[in-house]
Design a protein around this ligand. Structure first.
Ligand code: FMN
Length: 65
């Protein structure tokens, strides 16, 4: 997701899909591949308004000492 953003794309993690069908949908062996999440990727909407959802300050959650 960070690499995608570095190349000008935005992403969104999703777990709300039928994981039991995901591997076969993409012609992958469901015995070998167990999907843990899907990642939507696309060009950001330049006209979108600023994100208004609440975020905790990173300093309250992570300490890089
Ligand atoms: C592993 C993972 C799975 C997620 N699955 C979903 C999902 O199925 N549906 C959803 O609405 N958001 C899901 N999210 C959250 C979205 O990726 C995204 O953070 C959220 O929709 C942003 O909304 P917000 O701006 O209100 O926080 C997931 C996040 C993670 C890390």
């Amino acid at each position: 997701m960070l690499a995608a953003r570095e190349h000008g794309y935005e992403t969104n993690a999703m777990a709300g899909y039928d994981a039991s069908k995901a591997a076969s949908t993409f012609d992958l062996d469901p015995e070998q591949y167990i999907p843990v999440m899907a990642i939507a990727i696309g060009k950001p909407d330049e006209t979108a308004e600023e994100i208004t959802t609440t975020r905790y300050p990173i300093s309250e959650l992570v300490d890089f000492s």
